[in-house]
Design a protein around this ligand. Structure first.
Ligand SMILES: C[S@@+](CC[C@H](N)C(=O)[O-])C[C@H]1O[C@@H](n2cnc3c(N)ncnc32)[C@H](O)[C@@H]1O
Ligand SMILES: O=C(O)C(=O)C[C@]1(C(=O)O)C=C[C@@H](O)C=C1
Length: 235
């Protein structure tokens, strides 16, 4: 279904509710530059990392697109677990898993509270940015503590620049992208308002520092387009 969520006046902050879940796959493809490419990179490193008997978590799995793609290419018997606290997203995810006969464990859970098993791999694409900065670091510490030695954490985020002019230009460049995807100026401004204080992006450096502060020995960007980046952190 096409994303028309912000064509009408907004009444509340951005939420992953039924209305958003119903159009989410279209929203992501049209709102995240090179979404498919960033997913492909994530898949590539995920498949390299997973061993027989391994465990992988996708935090904020939404409609499970990524885990389904990984499960279709996976040649080993690993456990794939998707967590999300939006029941509307999980309903879409369950339908898709059934249609693709994908063997994925899905759970309605708060990724901040969840008790993780020892894992080989964590993924969290475009989700940390929705976790309040004060507790974001606690979550990343929990992720690194639950990873095996040399386990990896792949995460993608919207990023900012602390250079004011560059930051303004990055945002303009991103809004041009959204216009090319068919979003009107009105929809773009409405969504910007709805995301205010809900989506709190860090800079590339701040994300790398956070990972290193939280128990990762290495972290770098493997893909970046203007204000969107994919990181790999190695324990
Ligand atoms: C932008 S979406 C993620 C997109 C998805 N990873 C992808 O690449 O298609 C963020 C997701 O995180 C979920 N989420 C946000 N905070 C959460 C929390 N504390 N616990 C679990 N899920 C959360 C939302 O419900 C939403 O589905
Ligand atoms: O549309 C925007 O302005 C975005 O920032 C895109 C973004 C994201 O980066 O997570 C924001 C909310 C939706 O979950 C989908 C994509």
């Amino acid at each position: 279904m096409n994303d028309k969520v912000f064509t009408k006046p907004i009444k509340k902050q951005f939420e992953f509710d039924e209305e958003v879940a119903a159009v989410f796959d279209d929203m992501l493809q049209r709102s995240v530059p090179f979404y498919k490419e960033s997913q492909k990179i994530t898949e590539f490193f995920a498949l390299k990392q997973l061993e027989d008997g391994g465990v992988a978590y996708d935090l904020g799995c939404s409609t499970a697109t990524l885990l389904i793609n990984i499960s279709r290419k996976l040649k080993k018997s690993a456990t794939l677990i998707g967590l999300d606290n939006s029941e509307a997203m999980l309903e879409q995810a369950r339908k898709k898993c059934e249609a693709f006969r994908a063997d994925i464990e899905l759970a309605n859970a708060d990724i901040l509270e969840y008790e993780y098993k020892e894992a080989d791999l964590f993924i969290s694409n475009y989700t940390l940015q929705f976790i309040r900065p004060l507790i974001r670091e606690e979550l990343v510490k929990k992720i690194s503590a639950s990873l095996k030695k040399e386990g990896i954490f792949i995460f993608s985020e919207k990023v900012i620049s602390h250079h004011p002019k560059l930051n303004k230009d990055l945002i303009e460049c991103y809004y041009d992208f959204k216009k090319e995807q068919g979003y009107s100026e009105y929809e773009i401004m409405q969504k910007r308002e709805a995301l205010e204080n809900v989506l709190v992006p860090y800079s590339e450096d701040e994300n790398i520092k956070m990972a290193k502060n939280c128990g990762f020995s290495h972290c770098e960007v493997v893909f970046r387009w203007a204000n969107f980046a994919t990181f790999i952190a190695i324990k």
